[in-house]
Write a protein that binds this ligand. Sequence first.
Ligand code: 5AD
Ligand code: FES
Length: 347
Amino acid sequence: MEKCIELIDKLRKNTELSYDEYLYLIKNRDICKDYLYKNASEVRDNIYGKKVYIRGLIEFTNYCKNNCLYCGIRRDNKNIERYRLTKEEILECANAGYNLGFRTFVLQGGEDLYYTDEMLCEIIKEIKNNHPDVAVTLSIGERSFESYKKLKEAGADRYLLRHETADKSHYEKLHPKEMDFDNRIKCLEELKRLGYQIGAGFMVGSPYQTEENLASELIFLKKLNPHMCGIGPFISHKDTPFKNEESGTAELTLFMLGLIRLTLPNVLLPATTALGTIDPLGREKGIKAGANVLMPNLSPGSVRKKYMLYDNKICTGDEAAECLECLKNRIKTTGCEIEITRGDYKN
Ligand code: 5AD
Ligand code: FES
């Protein structure tokens, strides 16, 4: 316990921890966790107050040209009904979301070449035109520098691209040969260079992941210094090669959330839907462990069940308005409250 306190206090003074020190904390998480959560939520409060930001997630296509071994919308999954939202449907989602109080929209989809740069730029421009006070976040995978540049010029503010794991050889166990770790990192660097607020992230408890890998994640994140970091437990999906793999746990995810908050005090850190899926109170616990963002679904009810990245995903039947009400009530139990703003990164 003394060593836990010493290391966590060190992080609070913004002193960097070594790989071995992170590993110590992760291995001793049972005894360190309460002290970690207390400190992580204090750090969040000092920077962001007791405010939780909401992002309206618009899952606009479940077509994907990739074949990530863990993901339910991978190309080789013939067991799902594919869908694409039209520009009009996307704009309608954004309008409805705006009226509910959302000031950030996250356009997320599989890597779907149907949507050209021109189409995406038009959609971004129209959202920004209709609602000049919102931020547009993209989460559409690996693209070229030129494409990222056009989308930025059209008005996109932020980009989420989880690195999935900071270890190249682990990356290769989670992805088919044609996907390349170095390209993923290159994409993140290009996005940053173009002036996007960037979001990295990884799954907790993905197949072959070790505690050592998790210690490396923190070293990697410190160096990358992203504005956002999305993490959630790996959850197996029945129609993927990882269908029989064990899912990650809420316990370890929460511990990593706390460590990320202390490592990158200003980071925007979501309590993810995956965390709420593996534990019915996962999102509330995530907020208490230092998270400050929620990303409820704004997609039309008719397509929600079709964007299944993993089994048993929650909130696939609810309407956006119901989800928001539910979340507001849930968040109240943590002592925090939802704030209606763009929720930009605080320096
Ligand atoms: N379990 C948990 N998270 C998953 N993702 C994809 N598949 C799964 C799964 N089976 C995550 C990936 C991706 C994000 C959009 O969803 O980290 O980047
Ligand atoms: Fe979606 Fe509770 S957050 S129903």
